[in-house]
Ligand binder design. Sequence first.
Ligand code: MG
Length: 372
Amino acid sequence: MKITQVEALHLRLPDVNDRADGTQDTLIVRVHTDAGITGIGEVDSSPLVAKAIIEAPMSHFIAKGLAECVIGEDPLEIELLWQKMYRGSIFFGRGGAAQQAISGIDIALWDIAGKFYQQPVYKLLGGGFNKRLRAYASILFGDTPEETYDIGRRWIGEGFTAVKFGWGPLGQSEESDLAHVRQARRGVGNEAEFMIDAGLAYDVSTAIWRAHQFAEFSPYWFEEALHPDDYEGYAKLAANSPIRVAAGEQDVTFGGFEQLLDCGLDIIQPDVARVGGITNMRRIGQLAAQRHKMCVNHSYKTGVSVAASLHILAALPNTYWLEYCVEEGPLRQKLTRQTFPLDADGFVPVPEEPGLGVELDEEILEKYLVKG
Ligand code: MG
């Protein structure tokens, strides 16, 4: 079997605004083979930047577009192709958008392998630690504390046993921060869990102070309190926080996650559509397992990312939670035919179909595809 074509499909809603909502656009990757098997992947990046990295013609030996690195190759040699893409893009890559773009092709290669071997991807990864993951509804804080309360009530009412509130108003003032977190706890009730995603709001001293103030409301974790480059700050926060500290969604390399784990974080949050796909997320997740730390997916894209996240989480021993984005846009909710409903306990089962177990809705794809 040989790879014949790599498509990088830029999808975008007609109105995109600057709230922290990654479901307004995306880059879907399709890898075609001469055996008639097609794999699907997704990239979480700035879509046109990643599309250029995939489609760029070769400049020289270590400055190649990713498609050129894999066309004509055997799609089942996934580790080899991952290294080929990484080496082929060293000149402009070694992290950032190039690593994010590798994710889309890598995920599609795992989908092809699953379809070829007629097995779900998690089994090819040696998995099955978790056949279902506990979903937390992932959504932004309300504009007001009352709205935050309503958001918590709503998603617990929809069957979730946990809700994560993120970004938005956090960091405006001590009074406002505490009002939002108090209403988040009231909204979800005392039986459920809630998480706080600070969205880079604080400096280290404020973050340590807030961690102590928030502890009264027992959030499950305190996420992305600091700038992603502030590893020293994360070490200080992790050493001084009474609640679990989580971060990692802006990191894309193995080395970046190694550094975060060295800081003593309780939870790392790689995104399979950013870190170089399933292949690299497996390495990162296994490193966290060796350090006895939890690995939770970051994911705020379409059903393709949800499926890829489920498979890699299933194949790691140190997983339990599934970030489950509940934004209501059509790319998040309708691009794949599979919608991943919760079971009666608020968990999402890992797909058992060959490959990732997702199909694209061609009408939705066509409707939001940016042509030219
Ligand atoms: Mg986050």
